[in-house]
Ligand binder design. Structure first.
Ligand SMILES: Nc1nc2c(ncn2[C@@H]2O[C@H](COP(=O)(O)OP(=O)(O)OP(=O)(O)O)[C@@H](O)[C@H]2O)c(=O)[nH]1
Ligand SMILES: [Mg+2]
Length: 470
């Protein structure tokens, strides 16, 4: 076994260090990071994977639940999780994540069962990954790499592909050094042996250039979106966004409500691209409803930032329909994970309507709906409570606005335009001194227009907010 003296120094990327010897070979291609836009996993055979989880201060049960989920991720990525290794520690080893003795144990296990790759449930630092691969003699990956791989497989549109590639590159760049010679050959078809430092520098420069190109492309997409949403706000249709844990049933609900025909699959991260449809509500008004990418615990930060353009629609929504699998393994933990990501993208203040989906599958969804006031238990598959859901969405949106009546002088076309822009105009009648109109507006907009206000009905029919579980 190598002692830690041979390992990559943690947090110390010595540019002049000798290129490492290639690790003894293994079949696994799971960790080969693909080409410039490819996935991370070679699927010419079903790779055998060992999963590794560490319990720090939580309980073991939580770690095992995370490992269950990791096994599902590995399965979705197209490999086979055959063994699990679990360790309790008071802190993570900065050089090898788990203890060195445990690493040795995993190496022996991997040899015994002829496993190709070891996947760790937390993001490994580049140094940890390098050291683990060196000791284990096989690919060491983390949860982030597996999630990135699934995203790469599922990306279909140009924007989705660009976002995933950007996330992958941001993940790869700091690791180029750590994987040394091996990666500089595989990083995109250079293909010659023994490239050493110079080749690494070439690779790195090439990847950085590519990152800049993708960032610029995505900025263009975003600029286009902003123009579109400005056009939309002129007609002022309100917008709701479906958010939630992956596989909760967001796309199924959008399909059920709008004939959206979005791909629904019993697989993680089936949806990557946002799809927007008109959703007619019970009261006759129409809102825009957008289906979005699913979230997961420990969602890679690289993905959250790369998907910024897609996720802007969440931050800008008037209401989030937070879909929870009411019969999933740990609905509360998944809700917390979703809220963490919402906070990360700056959407924590957007009002949220909780929907406990899959009520056809068991009592979980109904029990949760009782516990969270204002929430709805429903089923996208059986149609249970779909009408109630539509009504609740309408009520929640209306509760955010108030009815007001204005008289706007003829010479204030700008004010008239701003009422149209900011609210929903219900009626307009021309009078001698100006235009009289009734509109629904948010209280702040009404405040700004108070000089022209002739009647204001602030009696709000707002339903109670969700309350925390008792
Ligand atoms: N029994 C039951 N299954 C459902 C329900 N809603 C969705 N599903 C199933 O759950 C799985 C995931 O559904 P999707 O609509 O793709 O879930 P999603 O939230 O869009 O998932 P991602 O896009 O992967 O994040 C599919 O197999 C659906 O058929 C429901 O109300 N009841
Ligand atoms: Mg979906």
């Amino acid at each position: 076994m190598s002692d830690s003296g041979d390992l990559w120094p943690v947090d110390d990327w010595d540019e002049t260090a000798e290129p490492i010897e290639e690790v003894e070979s293994h079949r696994g291609a799971f960790g080969d990071y693909g080409g410039e836009s490819g996935g991370l996993i070679e699927r010419t055979f079903l790779e055998k994977i060992i999963l590794v989880g560490v319990t720090l201060d939580g309980d073991d049960e939580e770690t095992h639940a995370m490992l269950d989920e990791l096994a599902l991720l590995v399965d979705t990525a197209g490999a086979d999780a055959v063994e699990r290794v679990h360790q309790r520690r008071t802190s993570l080893d900065p050089a090898t994540y788990i203890g060195k003795g445990k690493v040795q144990e995993i190496k022996e296990l991997a040899e015994a069962i002829d496993c190709d790759t070891v996947v760790f449930d937390d993001e490994l630092s580049p140094g940890q990954q390098f050291n683990l691969e060196k000791i284990l003699g096989r690919t060491a990956l983390d949860r982030t790499a597996v999630i990135l791989d699934i995203f790469a497989q599922n990306a279909s549109t140009l924007e989705g592909k660009a976002q995933v590639e950007l996330a992958q590159l941001r993940y790869r760049l700091p690791r180029l050094r750590g994987s040394g010679r091996k990666l500089s050959q595989q990083g995109g078809g250079i293909g010659t042996r023994g490239p050493g430092e110079t080749q690494l520098e070439v690779d790195r420069r090439r990847l950085v250039r590519r990152v800049h190109k993708l960032e610029a492309d995505l900025r263009n997409v975003q600029a286009h979106r902003v123009t579109q949403s400005k056009q939309r706000s002129r007609t002022r249709n309100r917008a709701v966004a479906f958010v939630g844990y992956t596989n909760a049933g967001k796309s199924s609900l959008l399909n059920r409500l709008t004939d959206a025909d979005v791909l629904v699959e019993d697989r993680l991260f089936a949806t990557l691209d946002a799809t927007t449809r008109r959703l007619p509500l019970a009261g006759g008004e129409t809102v825009f409803a957008t289906d979005t990418v699913g979230f997961i615990r420990k969602l890679p930060h690289q993905l959250v930032t790369a998907f910024k353009t897609t996720l802007d629609v969440v931050r800008d929504a008037d209401l989030l329909i937070h879909v929870v699998d009411g019969n999933g393994p740990d609905p509360i933990a998944s809700m917390d994970a979703v809220r963490d990501v919402l906070a990360e993208i700056g959407a924590e203040d957007v009002p949220e309507l909780l929907v406990f989906n899959k009520s056809d599958q068991g009592d979980g969804a109904l029990a949760l709906a009782e516990r969270y006031e204002g929430s709805v238990a429903a089923s996208a598959v059986s149609g249970h409570n779909i009408e109630l859901l539509l009504e609740t969405v309408g009520d929640r949106l209306r509760s955010m606005t108030e009815l007001a009546e204005f008289l706007i002088p003829w010479d204030r076309g700008d004010v008239l335009a701003s009422v149209h822009r900011e609210g929903q105009v219900l009626s307009e009648s021309p009078e001698e001194s100006g235009m009289r109109l009734k509109a629904r507006l948010e209280p702040a907009s009404i405040g700004a227009l108070r000089d022209y206000l002739i009647h204001h009905d602030s009696g709000s029919d707002a339903p109670a907010e969700e309350t925390a579980p008792s």
